[in-house]
Design a protein around this ligand. Structure first.
Ligand code: UD1
Ligand code: MG
Length: 455
């Protein structure tokens, strides 16, 4: 079959004022990555000849996020139709299909987009296909005026609907596939005589119809795919949809989620077979967990690798740059950052290990910490194998502890310790026999005197 050129235009220049945010709408994150990246990943699977993202001027973070794809600048936000016009300046192809998508409706599937493209090719005179959905509550969506054979006579924006049209529940998802040879001519005919005084892409079916091309709709039943995010509440709804899919995928791949709805996954979280995730665990981006790991309840984990046999939590915080090797134990109220815990090492309770290397089978006892920051720079702590770091030890970095060393509880260590040495840094303990009893009796007598004097 001959290659049919495909250009994809993604509209992302809108002000997003309903989002009440300082951030461009499509840069808001779903499961840890920008909305626009979800859509780009899907669109890339269609292998289009080019992808053009329409942006408002001066949004460097959007340009960076969509690279290497092209950016077209829409100077003034005059509506979705005007945004497509802006993309035309960058579009090379004048044949085949142009897929027009909204950057704020990022969850469409490859399957649905293929059906939308196929729909445009059902009849020779179909110049436009539009993806629609039947919604119980169609409020805020554009409504489709359709025939029984799914041809579209027009699309009316919510704000322009008559009371009768508002009852229609076939809604415009915002995704269109149009004939590349004709789209420029249709765009020239857009006018902005509507409630929002904008140039609407939704006027294209009507204009195309006047020029002899029909519009057909593909009605999807996958309602979760087509939701748009105009407000923070919409964003939270999309997050729920994505989380539910990610949890299902994790379980299909062999992870055990004891209470799936309380586990927050990132778009790229990888969890191995038979790893158990207890309730209320949050994963930030870039976490890889082997099989047969146990993550206990209430852990927060970002940018970390955790190898098999390890047990983490409850209440552990694993921060970026952490490498946890095999059979490591990290217990409650332990924070680890930019550190490697080698095989069999343990930090079972109440500790901070930052910018450190902890050797195999070393024990980091309760309350021990690395003092890694001097107020200006971070410093590294290197701890050898089989070291006993006693309770409440402060390791003032930079410092190196040799293999097999023993650090007495309560010591503040600021000098290197050779292998197999005992390091103890405490002031001499004093014993004053009977002092506590004498003090107690004196205090009680004082109290009794005060009561007597008041009476
Ligand atoms: C749009 C559709 C509506 C549909 C709904 C589905 C139009 C006129 N309306 O409404 O029929 O039911 O999506 O979610 O198309 N944008 C630009 N430049 C602009 C204006 C918008 O690039 O000048 C971009 C926005 O960044 C956004 C997308 O286009 O990603 C849609 O704009 P938005 O204002 O959210 O349209 P809706 O009111 O949701
Ligand atoms: Mg929208």
């Amino acid at each position: 079959m001959a290659h049919n050129p495909l250009t994809c235009i993604i509209l992302a220049a809108g002000k997003g004022s309903r989002m009440m945010s300082d951030k461009p709408k499509v840069m808001h994150e779903i499961a840890g990555r920008p909305m626009i990246s979800w859509l780009l990943e899907t669109v890339e699977q269609l292998r289009p000849d080019e992808i053009i993202v329409v942006s408002a001027p001066d949004i460097p973070e959007l340009k960076e996020t969509v690279a290497p794809h092209k950016i077209a600048i829409q100077t003034e936000q005059l509506g979705t139709g005007d945004a497509v016009r802006a993309a035309m300046s960058q579009m090379e192809s004048t044949e085949g299909d142009v897929l027009i998508l909204l950057g704020d409706a990022p969850l469409l599937s490859v399957y649905t987009l293929r059906r939308l493209i196929d729909t445009r090719h059902e009849d020779l005179d179909v110049g436009v296909s539009v993806l629609s959905v039947e919604l119980e509550d169609p409020t805020s969506y554009g409504r489709l005026l359709t025939t029984e054979e799914d041809f579209v006579l027009g699309i009316i924006e919510d704000k322009d609907c008559t009371d009768e049209e508002r009852e229609i529940n076939i809604c415009n998802t915002g995704a269109f596939c149009v004939d590349a040879a004709k789209i420029r001519g249709w765009l020239d005919n857009l006018v902005n005589d509507n409630a929002q005084m904008e140039f609407y892409i939704t006027d294209i079916p009507h204009i195309a119809g006047e020029q002899g091309s029909r519009t057909k709709t593909y009605i999807t039943h996958e309602t979760d795919e087509v939701h748009g995010a105009n407000t923070k509440a919409d964003l939270a709804h999309l997050e729920q949809i994505v989380q539910s899919t990610l949890r299902q995928k994790a379980m299909m791949r062999g992870a055990v989620l004891l209470d799936p709805s309380s586990v927050y996954l990132s778009w790229d979280t990888k969890i191995g077979v038979d790893t158990v995730i207890e309730p209320h665990v949050f994963f930030g981006p870039n976490v890889n967990i082997d099989g047969h790991v146990h993550i206990k309840a209430f852990c927060h984990i970002e940018d970390a690798n955790i190898e098999t046999g390890s047990v983490i939590g409850p209440f552990a915080r694993i921060r970026p740059g952490t490498q946890i090797k095999k059979n490591v134990k990290i217990g409650n109220f332990v924070e680890i950052k930019n550190a490697t815990m080698h095989e069999g090492s343990k930090a079972s309770h109440l500790g901070y290990i930052g910018d450190a290397t902890v050797g195999a089978h070393t024990n980091f006892a309760c309350g021990a910490i690395t003092a890694n920051y001097d107020g200006f720079a971070k410093h590294h702590t290197t701890i050898g194998e089989n070291v006993m770091v006693g309770s409440n030890v402060n390791l003032v970095a930079p410092v190196t502890i040799g293999d097999g060393a023993f650090i007495a509880a309560g010591s503040t260590i600021s000098k290197d310790i050779p292998a197999d040495a005992l390091a103890k840094e405490r002031s001499e303990q004093e014993i004053h026999k009977g002092w506590a009893k004498d003090n107690r009796e004196a205090q009680l007598a004082k109290k009794a005197d005060t009561v007597k004097n008041k009476a």
